[in-house]
Unconditional design. Structure first.
Length: 332
């Protein structure tokens, strides 16, 4: 019998999450037996912390539930012929060190995954965040060569991929981030223009300076005041992909937003919110393209790795505070 450790939501977040909102539990897992539904035992190797966990925890979880989330896990024991011991999978079993599964909720890492690449990339650039960037740009923004793409939270797990894919697609890319170190990282990635939105005297002027002619596509990870300013600098027939709203996730009182109808009407803009799961039937296509670009060096990555399962809440809170460059990962 295996004893798993799991982080549970002790108390729903009020404002910014605190370490006291979580509780570490021990769970005894049953032994695997032939003929039973549960035929796999897995141990988590890497776990993901992502912005979506903040709003989804309120929408989908009860106090006492295991925190939602995704991991790269190793198969420890198998009675399922489709999964061999030692194989690595991506699972969606929350913040746990070990779990059992019937295999239906697991996705094997691509068979051509190179030994030279960290398997944690399956939680980032070659995983859900990378796919979010890929389908958001291709299907929602429908970017075209020669266009100008704006992305905020550009040094994060999604934004950093958005900028690089837009460059591959022949676009000019403007990225905004919240520290000088992040801006330096964006320039290293090949962004045409990048600035620290926290230190510019005027966001409106900084956006105008970065692209005097305006923006064809805006990949929005932030929402709030940033989005309300950026919408006025869209070109006619511009497209806005609303991926996230991290500026609002921790508000105790909802922000009173501006009214966007006037610029939408006069510029004939299209604004579309999306969830990456819409394209689950094309997941393999996206992963294959992302893995190829990473191997060719056309898409670079950076991981902020926190050591130790006991530090999951700290890594999650740090990510929400913007302490990470690239993808925030916890190594068990």
């Amino acid at each position: 019998m295996v004893t798993a450790k799991a982080w549970v939501l002790k108390k729903h977040f009020e404002g910014f999450p605190k370490t006291s909102d979580f509780d570490l539990k021990k769970i005894e897992l049953p032994d695997l037996k032939d003929g039973r539904k549960w035929k796999l035992l897995l141990e988590s190797v890497f776990l993901s912390v992502d912005p979506y966990m903040r709003p989804y925890s309120r929408r989908d979880m009860k106090e006492g539930d295991i925190m939602i989330g995704t991991q790269v896990a190793r198969i420890v024991e198998s009675k399922n012929p489709a999964f061999t011991v030692g194989a690595f999978v991506v699972g969606r079993s929350g913040w746990r060190t070990h779990f059992i599964s019937d295999g239906k909720d697991l996705e094997l890492l691509p068979s051509n995954w190179p030994e030279s690449l960290p398997k944690s990339l399956a939680l980032g650039t070659v995983g859900m965040p990378g796919l979010t960037a890929y389908f958001g740009l291709m299907e929602v923004c429908k970017m075209k060569p020669g266009e100008t793409v704006l992305v905020n939270a550009a040094a994060g797990a999604v934004g950093s991929v958005v900028g690089q894919l837009a460059k591959i697609g022949g676009c000019k890319v403007v990225g905004c981030a919240g520290s000088d170190d992040k801006v330096a990282y964006l320039k290293k990635l090949g962004f045409d223009e990048a600035f620290n939105y926290k230190t510019v005297p005027s966001l409106d002027e900084a956006l105008r300076k970065a692209s005097p002619d305006g923006y064809d596509c805006f990949f929005d990870n932030v929402g709030g005041e940033f989005a309300s300013i950026a919408i006025n600098q869209m070109k006619k027939y511009g497209r806005i992909a609303v991926c996230g709203a991290i500026s609002q996730y921790n508000d105790s009182v909802p922000q009173k937003g501006p009214y966007i109808q006037i610029p939408m009407i006069f510029k004939e803009l299209r604004i579309e919110g999306f969830l990456v799961f819409r394209w689950n039937n094309r997941r393999e296509e996206g992963l294959k393209a992302l893995l190829k670009w990473v191997m060719e060096g056309k898409v670079k990555y950076h991981e902020q790795v926190t050591e130790g399962f006991e530090n999951m809440p700290m890594a999650f809170i740090g990510m929400l505070k913007g302490e990470n460059i690239g993808k925030a990962i916890v190594k068990v």
